[in-house]
Design a protein around this ligand. Structure first.
Ligand SMILES: NC(=O)c1ccc[n+]([C@@H]2O[C@H](COP(=O)([O-])OP(=O)(O)OC[C@H]3O[C@@H](n4cnc5c(N)ncnc54)[C@H](OP(=O)(O)O)[C@@H]3O)[C@@H](O)[C@H]2O)c1
Length: 285
């Protein structure tokens, strides 16, 4: 029986990356829709859950994407609420690669050092990747701060994390590179989750901060988020700190994303969100 992946994107145009990785993860067909909200998702779910018998439903799955983490979380709630009895299929949430990127990053960083008690600063942590990374660091016992150029956005991001995970990072306003330099003082780990092609720190901002043991960056497009490291860095020592660049993180992220898709097709009762994806990442890191 063909494996079908229903891709629901909160953005108007469904993500090409998510469609392609759907195939690479083992789907025989990926059917994608954009502009999906809790208000219009119901009939799409009906189309999936009423098509095949109970034993056949593991050959169908739902993937939720889009650039807005809160919208993704709302969609996941709407989708799972729509299920009843055996009228359900496995579902995965990964808005903008949030869960897979954060899980791959935190799992790899956690391999290099224990995270409990570490002071972690997530720079530009208001996007999907930063939100999930901050949450996973906090769940691992780290003391997490999260920066934004806007005080209200930093606070709103921390509230979103608290509502979902029950723990709140410290919100910090950091309007520019110099302010971000102040924000990382005393940190053990710096994790840059800024938008693509945006430099958050130059090398001079972090190289003399002796407390920093590890510095990581998710942005692969020049200028990189952290000056003075390379996108391919994967635990390379730079300025006496371990450095991870976006491609150093991205290898595991991609493998993890594919593995999650493959796992969706093993049964019809799974919900793959941050915790489940992080658990899988730890077995792969
Ligand atoms: N390595 C991988 O495998 C992988 C996979 C997926 C994504 N990524 C990368 O991960 C990063 C985070 O992704 P995302 O989707 O979470 O990011 P995003 O939502 O596009 O951006 C994250 C935050 O960056 C801040 N920002 C935007 N423009 C800025 C500017 N000019 N100066 C300073 N800060 C700015 C914004 O925060 P404020 O407005 O609150 O300041 C924004 O909320 C991206 O670089 C993405 O390309 C990497």
């Amino acid at each position: 029986m063909k494996k079908l992946l229903l891709l629901l994107d909160s953005d108007p145009i469904p993500s090409v990356y998510d469609i392609f990785v759907g195939y690479d993860g083992g789907a025989d067909a990926v059917v994608s829709y954009g502009g999906i909200t809790p208000g219009n998702v119901g009939t799409l779910i009906d189309g999936a859950i009423f098509t095949r018998g109970p034993d056949e439903k593991k050959h169908m799955a739902i993937f939720i994407g889009g650039a807005n983490m809160a919208a993704g979380e709302e969609l996941l709630t709407a989708v799972t609420k729509h299920f009843f009895g055996h009228f359900r299929v496995s579902v995965m949430l990964d808005s903008n690669g949030s869960n897979t990127t954060a899980a791959a990053s935190v799992a790899q960083i956690g391999k290099t050092m224990p995270l409990a008690g570490k002071k972690v600063v997530v720079l530009a942590g208001t996007g999907p990747v930063g939100l999930r990374a901050a949450a996973l660091f906090a769940k691992a016992g780290a003391k997490v701060s999260l920066t934004s150029r806007g005080k209200k956005r930093a606070a709103a991001a921390c509230q979103l994390i608290e509502a979902r995970f029950g723990m709140s990072p410290i919100p910090l306003e950091a309007i520019d590179n110099d302010a971000r330099r102040a924000a990382i003082q005393g940190a053990d780990i710096v994790f840059a989750a800024g938008a693509i092609g945006v430099e958050l720190l130059e090398e001079r901002h972090w190289r003399d901060e002796w407390t920093i043991e590890l510095i990581a960056d998710c942005n692969a497009q020049p200028p990189l988020g952290i000056g003075g490291i390379e996108a391919t860095d994967k635990g390379k020592t730079r300025q006496q700190k371990l450095a991870f660049g976006a491609l150093g993180i991205g290898g595991l992220k991609l493998k993890l994303h594919r593995a999650c898709i493959a796992q969706l097709f093993q049964s019809s009762d799974q919900v793959l969100d941050a915790e489940e994806i992080y658990a899988l990442a730890k077995t792969m890191a």
